[in-house]
Design a protein around this ligand. Sequence first.
Ligand code: UGA
Length: 463
Amino acid sequence: MDICVIGAGYVGLVTSACLAYLGNQVIAVESNPERLNSLSQGIVPFFEPGLQEFVKVGIDSGFLTFSDKLEESVKKAQIIFIAVGTPSLPNGEPDLSQVMVVARAIGSAMDGTKRRIVVNKSTVPVGSGNWVEMLVSQGVANSQPVPARSTRMESPSFVVVSNPEFLREGSAITDSFYPDRIVVGSTDENAVAVMKNLYKPIIDQTFDPPSFAPRPKGFQEVPFVITDLASAELIKYSANAFLAMKISFSNEIAGLCEKVGADVKQVAQGIGLDYRIGKAFLNAGVGWGGSCFGKDVSALMQVAKEYSYPTPLLEATVAVNERQRLTVIKKLQEELKILKGRTVGLMGLSFKPNTDDLRDAPALTIAYQLLKMGASVKAMDPVSNERCQALNPNLDIVYCQDINELATDCDALVLVTEWDDFKHLHWKEVAKCMRWPLLIDGRNALSEEEVTQAGMTYRGVGR
Ligand code: UGA
């Protein structure tokens, strides 16, 4: 099929490369000239495991091309994906300005040669499907010349569907090929049939897996969930809010574990084995971050507010997370008593491993708080040191290249991001470099035994 994906950011690029791999002719439209230039050469301007190779495969096969010509690309396509960013505004509402511009431009580019499907892939508030439909129609109306009296215009036909994404940063390619479900929101039977056909190789798992994303053992087929537009939009927000709530729940229980002398890891295992609860997303630690959970939970609260509908669970989810980020500071105070004049080394900066994304990263909250309290902060992240420095020029952090450099003269190390690189270190050597051998495991990801055997003090979260 001929596809146009508008926005070659994280979601758009992964979607484009994946659909091209399945044999569709994909044009990814990108308006940022620098990004377009590097993508056209097969260079991905952010870190996502395997994506660079994957994009290259698409380019080399001829199925994936990049362009800045929206109109031309829309005209060629039968399915047009809107995958532009919807970042949070200061009041918590998502900024839909990019969606607005793009939807109108799609409308202006429409002609009557075929019935096109406009797919909302960006995370947009409930009700946006109808809004996008209105904007595309406005674009159509604005672009049409006033017809001469006797001529009949062939009106372009299109339908808007919602197709939310559930990709996780760090495993986006695997998530694209082996998703838990594909959701399509539309009441238009034809459009649903076309979308189902597009995703058929994934639904039936009939494609040859790429070498960098092997099919998980026993993975056979993917549920294709058809809903109305508003429900599909709400599924996206509810899924993220539920996952964030699950983590906050675990973090709240972790605090209680510390009071009563229980171990949250054991509690999580014990409750997670109940299939109604499930064991994923129960890892207690410094809390959730990233570009999605915070943004989506707050957008959901905003929607509810418009209807004067209270959302105490969502509010508590956020409040617990804010408190959780600072629990490592409390532990440092308990161990070191005074933080002024101390040096603390942060292991990891990105909001989770396998990404260089620093949006809403707990490490930044912790660093700012430590600096405010008069401590010195050092940090080492396997991929995002430079990015952090560039994005936070006023954040007074000493960036280090390896763990021993980080540990040197530190009164404590804090594991903030559980990169594999940190999991099995030579702790004796690390301890030797430190002024005081204290390790706060903010992700409960290290072996307490290995750390204590090296003569260090180990403190986890909720244990
Ligand atoms: C999340 C969702 O998991 C995806 O399904 C969704 O598509 C995506 O948002 C999105 O809306 O685009 P992502 O933000 O990439 O994906 O990362 P997650 O793996 O969900 O992790 C989010 C945060 O929760 C991280 O800071 C992670 O460290 C934290 N986390 C995760 C925990 O603290 N404990 C856990 O048990 C799991």
